[in-house]
Design a binder for this molecule. Sequence first.
Ligand code: UD1
Length: 423
Amino acid sequence: MVKIESPRIIVRRSGPLSGSVQVPGAKNSVLKLMAATLLAEGDYVLTNVPAITDVHTMAETLGALGVSSSWLGPHELSLTNSGNITPEVPFEKFDKMRASLNVLGPLLTHYGSARINWPGGDDFGGRPINLHVAGLQKMGATVEEGLYDIFAVADRLKGTNIELDIPSVGATENLLTAAIYARGVTVIDNAAREPEVQDLCNMLISMGADIEGIGTSRLIIHGCERGSLKGTKHAVVPDRVQAATYMAAVAVAGGDIVVRSARTEHMEELLNCYARMGVAVTPQRDGVRVTSHERLRAIDFITEPYPGIATDYKPLLLAMLCVSRGEGSVTETLFPGRFRYIEEFRRLGASIAIYGNKATVRGVYELIGSEVRVPDIRAGAALVVAGLVAQGETIVHDIHHIDRGYDDLVGRLSGLGADVTRV
Ligand code: UD1
């Protein structure tokens, strides 16, 4: 019998890297933009859409709700909301993504009720939804959290003042979209300020919404008449985490590359960290030039909500610390369970100790190729990056996680001269 092996990525020691790489649109934006099409009948075109499996999963979920979609080109997605929406995600649509929670706000505010399955996504330990629920309740909704699904109902939501305990990205987005057709004004304080939240606000405005305070911690949403928004065309913001990945690759492997369409203003804290570690980062007209010629220097950093160091960058920074000179650390403030991939780095010979929510890394000159398993999207990309500076061959399994959020990671790294193949 022929044994069929699942796809894997093989990485060999590489560098110096050279050339340029184009940054695709952001996963953490496009999925929310797609969900926002539930807010109004009409035709939508999203450009700069990344070719990732989560986009297909979201398109399937929207299809089950009544929004159809088709590709106009490799990175251009057309969606049509013809008004025939069933505000219930079918039970058999097993949920693989956190972002599927984002259909809740639009469905509830437009159709008066919503039933969704419990969201899936990367397993970072507990991922509660209490802020989403409390905010919707404050807007007048009744929310039932069942064993398998979440049901919310409200004839018409009402504008109110909501102060989030944590600037949660998902809760800000859900409450923001719910507020679009609420009666009166909704104020969200301690709102998330991430570029992807701003991108959603900008698309909502182009659909006809009235939002003030974009990019600040206070969002003010003036409710509109139900169904008064319209379809639009919108370009997805470039993905700062994918951009950071190619920068991390050249940082560890050495070389001189240009990361095109990287928005440096969205990555200031991260770029400071890269610079402190010895990576030269020079903004250019459409992107950034990144050069690295020396062994990196270890530093300490802490993950924080935007504009701080995003938790999504953390595995990349850890990969860099693994081969830096000296001892550095990372303290996680957002998802305490987000250290599960450390064991995989250790398989590559990394020297990492965990104390509570802090990982301390003693850099080694180079890692040792081995077989590793990908536990989540960002850790997967970071393991591939680590493989670039490991002796011999690193075989990366469970790469479906990487495919959820990375548009052709292997092709893009190979284009920079890295020895990476997918088999
Ligand atoms: C989003 C991103 C994820 C990123 C994270 C933080 C998507 C699809 N995912 O996830 O890649 O790592 O932002 O930048 O965009 N929290 C609560 N109660 C809630 C909601 C959140 O306590 O109701 C807590 C979480 O447990 C966590 C913190 O708030 O400690 C931040 O989570 P949040 O910003 O909501 O992350 P997500 O939107 O799930």
